[in-house]
Design a protein around this ligand. Structure first.
Ligand code: NI
Length: 175
């Protein structure tokens, strides 16, 4: 049972962002409340996607709204994301790593299979920003962030900012 009143945006280097999330066992009112809470957090922070670990909950669930509206939100529960074709290098940010924008290598296309809030399984092929968002959010439930994905030069460029974040959000790691 997730205490959704305690859900807050989590920041690097919080432990919950670095671990593999657990499958959602049952899609019930608690999960629906969690999705509502995640929606609020995502829209408040002007994101296009949010994974449950970013709300402090280590579950395999994320939401995406490419146009940043409530109506545009899609829910992905226990998803699998399979890359298709070629790689691409595009700048990305992450709500959990504020003020850092860095080029990340991802596949141009991918396939996603997931379950929605009505417990229906669906499969889609995605490209462009959608494909990128799916891969970014899937990374989150695998415990991977753009801080792990960035190249070695970017790591040097962003070293100070990452260090500052690590100091600012140190308590989150020790919790
Ligand atoms: Ni992110």
């Amino acid at each position: 049972m997730v205490d959704t009143d305690k859900c807050r945006i989590t920041h690097y280097p919080a432990k919950v962002l670095a671990g593999k999330a657990q499958p959602v066992e049952k899609i019930d009112d608690n999960i629906r409340r969690l999705v509502e809470k995640m929606t609020d957090i995502m829209l408040e922070n002007k994101g296009v996607g949010l994974a449950a670990p970013q709300a402090g909950v280590p579950l395999r669930l994320f939401i995406i709204s490419l146009d940043q509206t409530k109506e545009g939100i899609k829910v992905f529960i226990n998803p699998t994301v399979t890359p298709i074709g070629e790689l691409d290098l595009v700048e990305e940010g992450c709500l959990s790593i504020p003020d850092i924008y860095t080029k990340i290598r991802r596949y141009k296309k991918c396939k996603v299979t997931a379950t929605d809030l009505a417990s229906n399984e669906f499969t889609e092929e995605a490209e462009g920003l959608y494909a990128r968002a799916l891969q970014h959010e899937f990374d989150h439930i695998e415990g991977i962030t753009i801080a792990d994905r960035m190249g070695s030069t970017a790591k040097i460029v962003h070293r100070k900012k990452l260090k500052k974040l690590a100091e600012e959000y140190k308590e989150a790691v020790e919790e």
